[in-house]
Design a protein around this ligand. Sequence first.
Ligand code: ZN
Length: 438
Amino acid sequence: MKTKIWTILFLLCVCFGCLAKEVIPFNTSAHHEYGESVNEQNYENDRLIKIIYPKTNVECLDDAIQTYIEQTKRSFMENNTSNTEDKAELNVDYQSYIKDNRYISIKLDTYMRILDEKQQVKTWVYDQTNDTMVQLHDLLDEDALDDVSEITKAYFKKQYPEECDTQNFAIFTAPAYDNFETFVLRKDAFVFYFAAGTLFDRGVYMELPYEQLQDHIRMEPEQVTAFVPYADVLNEPVKQIDPNKPMVALTFDDGPTKKYTTAILDALKEHQASATFFVLGSRAKDFPEILQRMVLEGNEVGNHTFSHKQLTTLSKENIEEEITATQESIHDVINRYPTIIRPPYGSKNDNVLSCAQGKKIVTWTIDTEDWRHKDAKKIVENVIKNVKDGDIILMHDLYPSTAEAAIILIPTLQDMGFQLVTISELYDYGKNDAGKIM
Ligand SMILES: [Zn+2]
């Protein structure tokens, strides 16, 4: 009898697990329309922290974001991780939107995984004209709220017809401002977010074009310009490689950033050297001209996943989404697909390998730990002391100290007799297998 109950419970869990996984929305179109990205990472001990947030230079907005991030970090650090099998992980990423040159919307996505996963969405909308934060009732009158409620019910009943006949669904779609307070203003539409435990057990979102609320909306409509993918980009070989001489690959993760990536590219160009940039899918479209420049000047662009999660903790479908969304967002900018993937934190398992689909999974042989020291001299010394033929050197184009170190390292390594090549060139010349898994 006992076994039977456990079997039923087990089956219920399995079925529910599948169902939940299938429909988790994965928003792969990243918008960073406002603010400068700030990066914070810390890979100490048993906790991985990767936080990307915007600095908007709007005081009340920056204060609100800062306070929220500090609170999130504190609650992450307070949790006991001693029972966890994988490293505990805190991942914060953002989207930002500007509408009518007036409304700035910020959305922070928080993903926390200790024993299980928690996802949270937090939004702010700021009105530059009135220098004030905006709530939904500033934008929509009560009639419009009724419309939003009806549209929301109809939308989710169509999407998930089996799941809407619950008390929660009725309560959290009712025409109350509180139910719709997590939203952003895109150029063409509202996007409303509903947390896990409100409409459904999982978080969901709905896009609502402004024209559907025409009569009640307190905003002017705006012309929308679509993103136009750039024309073909050529990759002319810019340098000669001597297969008989030693070579190493400099690699830069988590970018691009305007200042530091550009400084590194300048140094590479000056010395006719190449490097590999493992970019995040969520950032690829922020600086299309920098990505194009990478390719034009003989550097390589690699896939560093879309949102920088530990792939080993994700389902196969989610790993595939992380990889595919990044392939597409890079392709949209440079008109070619990366052939190499570097998993965040270098974490890989059989699932990750099987999702690579012909692309190479690449880690590194020298870790400069530039994120830890933030000290150009230490980075340079570490590399010079350890470097040998075929090495793959890990850095992050996020910090002034890393750019500074690269500017010193590039000519220094060349003076030591190393050619600076891309990862693919390293493999083409059969120089390295250490960072290559397949
Ligand atoms: Zn990374």
